[in-house]
Design a protein. Structure first.
Length: 588
């Protein structure tokens, strides 16, 4: 059959269609050639990156956190190298036996490992954080594709619970969460670096190519804390709480010359090395954050205000009558009616009536000004996060009964650190020292509050308070002259004073001839029978001062037989802890 007889074969297409198709093919080929020249000759970064992505990785280089040390360089917080195990879900391939052994090494259920790597869209997932290097090495020996190690650092606290409330702690990512770890986060934290490496298909590094960014290690922090004195303070405080079956307690030791905190401890406490569940009541730094009514430890400030105003002298006689003072419908009383007392004896015997009469002879503004200049009602600015400022109401709102009770420490709230700092006025020449938790190379100047002669006069009264006839003979230290004041107050609960719950305190300094340390002790809710500050808190002061002065190599300023305790049958000088009561109503 003649092929030309078919009508299909006789069909002719326009010539321009063939030429158009030819031009398109030529343009496509030229485009490919141009792209090849561009990628392989002019700009080969794209192909190089794609190729390197098969074997090249950028690895982060961890930076360790700065150390925290005591004033002598003893470590209080250090970072130790650990390894974290992670996986790339897309590359993870483990046999049942490998999976079982991996779970055993990580202390993780194998099913949990499988669940974590199930989502292959993810590129990174932790299997276990912060393993010891030797344990991590056994994970590597399993040779599981897609399982890798990452170097990290874990915080370790050598002193454990002894310094936990000061140092605080970090989280699993080494970020400060509490205490000075949080306050100085920016100083302590390092900046991680990075480097480029070549890995094989199992993720093992076979070549270190280049360093991209060098890590910046965290800076060290030197505290004012003396580790030996810190331990002494903690030990004695803990023993006192056990002996008196108390709820809680705190102690602060200050350098009387510089205002540096040499020790600060609280009980109950916690171990920051144990990352388990920590109860809030154990982690709270009570000495800085909790507020309480200081009781009679505030009487020296009332007397100082009156001395500064020229209203009294140390030998001025105050008539206390039968030990009762009625103001309106309320009555203030003394535990030991004494008739007449000198101002010195008002402090020595802790007379509420005497302190109230001295206060009521002053303008409210004069008394408020002395309290405010002593640091009450204001933050102590120690640098610790969450420190309390206390409560000092404006003098314009004071009623006479409130001014009277405030003279012996009721109706005002303070922190233990505030109270210790305020006593630097009497330990020195009338200057309030700035407190700090970090070591100072040079002491900072204090703020003048009272005249040196006033400070010296009150210092003498405070020394009388620890002698026989005072409220705190148990505060005496062999070989050293000491001075201080007891405080006993009912606890406030729901706006009312609890009749059977007390806060016992003592604040003092030594040696009197040249004060070196200030120590403040607070015991919360002693329940073993004794609750007066002279019986509960003063003995803690004695033991800490005796050991701390020896640690600091402070020479004695008194004979070793200077301690003079009252006879065994002598009555205990007590403080009346009732605030102000209506004669017909319940006390407290």
């Amino acid at each position: 059959m003649n092929s030309l007889a078919s009508p299909v074969l006789r069909l002719r297409f326009p010539i321009w269609r063939a030429r158009l198709l030819l031009l398109i093919l030529i343009a496509w080929m030229l485009g490919l050639a141009a792209r090849a020249v561009y990628l392989q000759g002019l700009n080969n970064d794209f192909l190089q990156q794609k190729g390197e992505s098969r074997y090249s990785r950028v690895v982060e280089i961890s930076a360790h956190r700065g150390r925290i040390t005591d004033r002598h360089g003893e470590p209080l917080a250090i970072s130790t190298a650990v390894e974290s195990v992670w996986a790339s879900p897309g590359d993870f391939a483990a046999t049942p036996d490998q999976l079982r052994r991996l779970g055993r090494l990580l202390n993780v259920d194998p099913d949990e490992v499988t669940r974590r790597v199930a989502d292959t869209r993810r590129e990174f997932v932790y299997l276990r954080r912060q393993l010891p290097p030797e344990q991590a090495a056994r994970v590597v020996e399993l040779n599981i594709p897609g399982v890798f190690l990452q170097r990290e650092y874990r915080r370790y606290y050598p002193a454990g619970e002894v310094t936990s409330h000061v140092i605080g702690m970090t989280d699993i990512d080494d970020k400060g969460q509490e205490g000075l770890e949080l306050a100085f986060q920016d100083l302590l934290v390092g900046k991680p670096g990075s480097r480029r490496v070549i890995k094989d298909r199992l993720g093992r590094i076979i070549e270190d190519v280049e360093s991209i960014r060098a890590p910046q290690q965290g800076r060290d922090l030197t505290l004012s804390i003396d580790r030996k004195i810190q331990y002494l303070a903690y030990r004695e405080l803990k023993a006192a709480l056990e002996a008196h079956r108390a709820k809680a307690g705190g102690i602060v030791v200050l350098d009387a010359r510089s205002g540096e905190v040499l020790a600060l401890a609280n009980v109950p406490t916690y171990n920051p090395n144990n990352r388990g569940r920590i109860e809030p009541q154990r982690s709270r730094n009570r000495a800085l954050t909790d507020l309480f009514e200081p009781g009679s430890t505030l009487k020296p400030f009332t007397v100082a205000a009156a001395l500064e105003a020229g209203r009294i002298k140390p030998e001025t006689v105050i008539t206390t009558g039968a030990g009762r003072l009625t103001i309106g419908k309320a009555t203030i009383s003394d535990a030991h009616p004494a008739g007449t007392l000198t101002v010195e004896q008002v402090i020595q015997k802790s007379s509420n009536v005497g302190a109230a009469k001295i206060a009521l002879d002053l303008p409210a503004q004069t008394m408020w000004t002395l309290f405010a200049r002593s640091g009450f009602g204001a933050l102590p600015k120690s640098g610790f996060p969450g420190e309390g400022s206390g409560r000092l109401r404006a003098y314009q709102s004071w009623r006479p009964i409130e001014q009277a009770t405030m003279s012996y420490g009721h109706g005002i709230s303070v922190s233990l650190l505030q109270l210790a700092r305020a006593y630097t006025i009497f330990a020195g020449d009338g200057e309030l020292l700035p407190v700090t938790l970090t070591r100072r190379d040079e002491p900072e100047a204090g703020t003048p509050v009272i005249a040196p002669r006033t400070a010296q006069a009150v210092r003498k009264m405070l020394e009388m308070a620890v002698q026989p006839g005072g409220t705190a003979p148990r505060a005496q230290v062999p070989g050293y002259r000491v001075a201080g004041k007891t405080g006993t107050a009912h606890k406030l609960e729901n706006g009312r004073y609890a009749p059977t719950k007390y806060v016992s305190s003592f604040v003092g300094f030594a040696p009197v001839s040249d004060p070196r340390i200030v120590v403040a002790v607070m015991i919360d809710e002693p329940t073993a029978g004794q609750y007066y500050g002279g019986a509960v808190a003063a003995p803690v002061f004695r033991e800490v001062v005796a050991a701390a002065l020896r640690t600091l190599s402070v020479p004695p300023d008194a004979p070793t037989i200077n301690v003079k305790l009252p006879p065994a049958d002598a009555p205990v000088i007590k403080e009346d802890v009732w605030i102000a009561r209506e004669d017909s109503g319940p006390r407290g």
